[in-house]
Design a protein around this ligand. Sequence first.
Ligand SMILES: [Fe+2]
Length: 182
Amino acid sequence: MAVVRIPEQGRTLKTKEAIVEYLASLGIDYETWAPSHPLDATATSEEILQAYAAEIDQLKARGGYVTADVIGVTAQTPGLDAMLAKFSREHWHDEDEVRFIIQGRGLFHIHPGDSPVVAIEVEAGDLIRVPRGTLHWFDLCSDRQIRAIRLFQDPSGWTPLYTDSGADAKFEPVCLGPAYIR
Ligand SMILES: [Fe+2]
């Protein structure tokens, strides 16, 4: 399950109900999914898409998403730093950012217009939908690996549109890890 913090208030949300309710108040959908059949760490992208085919079809119907793919990076991925640098600065997109985490962890910061920045640390089983236009940035955790299903409304993909506000520099991209809440 995700760990959700509101750093400016020193607050951490510790139950799924509290996380779902708080994120919903910001327009962000959060769900947890279990695969219809289990996957191991060596599953191919095709196997992952197959395992979640029913859930992906439901999401497509709900959100008008056209395509789904699997993104995966590890600390060994060539060009990882350059890739991460594109997303660790505050930006928005002209379409929803929908991610279902299969393996690894990552940290979204969401910057709502009229409430404090919220840090959402996601792990395997977490589905998050950040609506189009929402200001946000993303970092990997210290193990620098994640694998996730992405859904797109536009098959040509999406481009980060930067705010250059500097807001991202005010928040440490530090993950707490699963031990924090257990
Ligand atoms: Fe983004």
